[in-house]
Design a protein around this ligand. Structure first.
Ligand SMILES: Cc1ncc(COP(=O)(O)O)c(C=O)c1O
Length: 486
């Protein structure tokens, strides 16, 4: 739950804060006040409580949590000491991040960051960038940026869709500053304040943040839950159908392939059913296909969702080619593309031409890039799975046939405690609830399949040490005691 209003984050009520805090007690040998402060600190660090949010009064929170006033007062005092809160003039306490960064730096040390699942640039990127720079002189007399996309880039992206089974006119493409920009632009164009938007849960957190910021009321549909994939899919499709029927949402945001974070993919039949349920309600389906082509060994290649029915597609060069390009795109009908181009100028004025020229030169080698990514992700998956099996054998890594991350089952609802313990050892890893819109997923941890192997080794070492040190974990290893903590 992320709280915002148009003029910045508003106050958070005691009930909402209690929901975000989840099961925070007993996590810490340092006492209740410290546990409470630490959990609020985690929520601030991972963005679930935006900087600037006013916390409930001490009295409200102690009533809601059944604590003494002294405990809440000393938790707030500790947050202030750590630089994560400040007293407001008059009364009240406001959350703030001590530095203008997402994460605290580790004093004197090197921080490992698993909060982003990113891949290194393609080996041929630098050389291709030099070639693209040679194309630049003929553009130097122009502004150097444009709000829709260069004709050759739109044409190349349209060709790529056609190769994947979806005939596309270049006029159906709008080039953006990455997929995140595309999500935010679509959210504020398609949604009005109070409109309902269906969203998978768990999901990519910056997506639901963008929908919320646009004023949408979110309707979560649980996805990727159980080990039995077929049973899960039937339940999931029915949940989508019910959500469409009950909420008549203006839009639905989903990831049909290698969903982030769960890694699940929908069968073609499931996609048909979801699209027809959306059509019946007049819901615009937005499919984020940022990682859709990152197949490792799924065994089927899905066409873009719009090949099966009406859907707006989001794509990105971010994972296949390089995140540093900051180029993505939207495929939609011409009318929506025109609306998006118009709406765009409030947030930005266009995509730089040099990056687009580079993209135009990289796109013809997409198949080669995907082959390389397949190898990298496979190697990352094998390394991660092996390390986890060795160091934390009680965790379950679900089958992950593609995508950039895996959704590890910890076997106990300790994800926030683990994330805090790991952070104090120099590892930034988002706790499971970061991916839910309602504070669930304490039993899960999203870990990336990509990244530097040495960093991954060090990260798993920190996770294992932090895990073994958590109160109650020792008991989990005893088969008869496992039920106690869950
Ligand atoms: C599902 C999903 N959508 C969008 C994005 C943002 O992509 P970009 O870097 O193109 O903005 C990411 C990045 O991790 C992602 O995983």
């Amino acid at each position: 739950m992320v709280l915002r209003s148009e003029s910045g984050p508003g106050p958070i009520g005691a009930t909402s804060l209690a929901a975000l805090l989840g099961d925070w007690r007993g996590s810490d040998r340092g006492g209740l006040a410290r546990s409470l402060a630490e959990r609020i600190r985690l929520l601030a660090l991972d963005g679930r409580i935006p900087s600037g949010t006013r916390l409930p009064s001490e009295r409200e929170l102690c009533d809601r949590l059944g604590l003494s006033r002294t405990t809440v007062a000393s938790a707030y005092a500790r947050l202030r000491e750590l630089g994560f809160a400040r007293s407001l003039r008059g009364s009240g306490t406001q959350v703030r991040l001590p530095v203008p960064r997402l994460h605290e730096p580790v004093p004197g040390g090197h921080e490992i960051d698993l909060s982003r699942a990113t891949l290194p640039a393609l080996p041929w990127l630098a050389e291709t960038a030099r070639e693209a720079a040679e194309d630049l002189p003929s553009w130097l007399h122009t502004d150097g940026y444009d709000p829709i996309g260069l004709p050759e880039v739109r044409a190349a992206l349209a060709r790529r869709y056609a190769e994947r089974g979806l005939p596309t006119d270049p006029e159906q493409i709008l080039v953006t500053l990455g997929a995140q920009h595309a999500i935010a632009l679509l959210a504020r164009t398609l949604l009005g304040r109070g409109d309902r938007a269906v969203i998978e849960s768990p999901t990519y957190p910056h997506a639901f943040e963008a929908l919320r910021l646009a004023g949408a009321r979110l309707v979560p549909v649980p996805v990727g839950g159980a080990a039995d994939a077929d049973a899960t899919e039937t339940g999931e499709v029915e949940a989508f159908e019910q959500a469409f029927r009950r909420a008549s949402p203006a839009a639905a945001f989903l990831m049909p392939d290698f969903q982030n974070p769960t890694g699940r993919s929908l069968s073609l039949e499931a996609r048909e059913r979801i699209l027809s349920a959306a059509r019946r309600e007049g819901t615009v389906v937005v499919a984020d296909e940022t990682t859709a082509e990152l197949d490792i060994d799924r065994g089927f290649v899905a066409p873009p969702l719009a090949a099966q029915g009406n859907a707006v597609l989001i794509g990105s060069a971010g994972k296949t080619l390089w995140g540093g390009l900051r180029v993505g795109w939207i495929r939609a009908d011409r009318e929506l593309i025109a609306r998006l181009a118009q709406a765009r100028t409030v947030g930005d004025l266009g995509t730089p031409i040099l990056e687009q020229l580079l993209l135009a030169r990289l796109l013809p080698r997409t198949a080669e890039a995907l082959e390389l990514r397949r190898g990298q992700l496979r190697a990352g998956r094998e390394l991660l799975t092996g390390l986890l099996a060795e160091r934390v054998p009680g965790w379950r890594v679900p089958p992950t046939p593609g995508g950039i991350a895996t959704w590890v089952d910890l076997g106990a609802p300790l994800s926030s405690r683990l994330a805090l313990a790991a952070r104090s050892r120099g590892l930034v890893v988002p706790a499971g609830p970061r991916f839910g819109i309602d504070g669930a997923y304490e039993g899960r941890l999203r870990l990336p399949l990509c990244g530097d192997p040495d960093e991954l080794r060090a990260a798993v070492g920190i996770l294992a040490e932090s895990w073994d040190d958590l109160p109650g974990v020792e008991a989990l290893a005893r088969p008869d005691a496992r039920a106690g903590i869950i």
